[in-house]
Design a protein around this ligand. Structure first.
Ligand SMILES: N[C@@H](CCC(=O)N[C@@H](CS)C(=O)NCC(=O)O)C(=O)O
Length: 333
């Protein structure tokens, strides 16, 4: 995979999402909420796609929105369904996710990214607008949430959640990539500084409160979690985000373990997919494509002690049950 960077500044700039139609309860974009109609396509390696995996689990949308998992290693035609029999997604019948993109727009020349939501009857991509996908799962699909589903985007906290999300996006979710993909020292230095300054601020915020906003799990926690869970496995080494390991930042490490051990979070995480994707796909930064053996993953199961801070993980709701049998992952350590 070629990583696009600005030749002048050496900075990596993320491409905008091209397909931004929304699936809504009122169907105003032509895509009404309808259980059984849409297929969520992810890579379990991808932090942006993993948000959707966690939200779908927490809300119990597995029965309403089916799941396709791409091979963590893209080839020159991008995401492919080589984990499925005959190398085809069994529901969409396609070998490459790009086929759904070109069905939606035959002239499309941009990147093929996950997460993607595909309309199963027509095989067309509906949206790859990752920040919107999870918010719409939380607010537009409420009629199909499980009993006891939490409110991940409570109306009275939206301004605060949006503000936290902006900082986490710029200085954490995106900054790790900007550090890792930088081709000039100054671009790397800038991303590294922003990342650790923000992690320090988040540590302070989380010292005496269990979750980022309010006293329950919200969309803000999910967005931070998907970067933290990858931190020591890939960002610390591969992306040179190495002032500290997550395990050396006590508050964030306990916070991340707390979420990991909450049903709906850790049961979506496939460290094998994560490690193979980053170390094998980004040949520019890891030309040998060797996948490191560490770190020791069993530490994710150690006690975190965050219950002492109070908080009600699911508010008035309840944790989700186990994942559907077809989505149960192999033991991670
Ligand atoms: N849709 C966004 C964010 C999602 C994203 O970056 N997903 C990654 C995987 S972690 C991907 O699919 N990259 C391939 C590509 O954009 O061509 C983007 O295009 O940058």
């Amino acid at each position: 995979m070629t990583i696009p960077t600005d030749p002048e500044t050496g900075e990596f700039h993320r491409a905008p999402n091209h397909f931004a139609a929304r699936i809504t309860a009122d169907g105003r974009d032509g895509w009404p909420v309808e259980p059984g109609r849409y297929r969520l396509v992810v890579s379990r390696a991808c932090p942006w796609a993993s948000r959707a995996l966690v939200v779908r689990r927490l809300l119990g949308l597995e029965h309403a929105i089916s799941l396709a998992v791409a091979d963590p290693i893209q080839d020159e035609k991008s995401w492919r369904f080589t984990l499925d029999p005959g190398d085809r997604d069994p529901v969409l019948g396609i070998k490459y996710l790009s086929e759904a993109y070109y069905k939606a727009d035959p002239d499309y020349t941009g990147g093929i990214s996950v997460p993607a939501v595909v309309d199963t009857p027509s095989g067309r991509l509906v949206t790859n607008d990752f920040p919107r996908i999870t918010l719409d799962f939380a607010t537009e699909w409420t009629a199909h949430h499980r009993e006891g589903a939490p409110d991940l985007y409570p109306e009275h906290l939206r301004d605060e959640i949006d503000e936290v999300n902006r900082g986490v996006h710029t200085d954490v979710n995106a900054a790790v990539y900007e550090a890792g993909f930088a081709t000039k020292q100054a671009a790397y230095d800038d991303a590294y500084r922003r990342l650790f300054a923000r992690l320090d601020a988040l540590s302070t915020r989380l010292e005496n409160q269990r979750y980022l906003v309010g006293d329950t799990i919200t969309e803000a926690d999910i967005r931070l979690f998907t970067t933290l869970v990858r931190f020591d496995a890939v960002y610390h080494g591969h992306f040179k985000c190495n002032r500290n390991k997550l395990t050396e930042m006590p508050v964030l490490w306990a916070y991340a373990r707390d979420l990991f051990q909450t049903p709906g979070f850790g049961d979506t995480v496939d460290f094998d997919h994560i490690k193979r994707h980053y170390y094998q796909v980004h040949e520019q930064i890891n030309p040998t494509r060797i996948v490191p053996r560490g770190p020791e993953l069993s530490l994710w199961a150690t006690p975190h002690g965050r219950e002492a801070l109070g908080g009600r993980p699911f508010g008035d709701g309840t944790p989700p049950g186990p994942p559907p049998p077809t989505e149960v992952l192999p033991a991670q350590w």
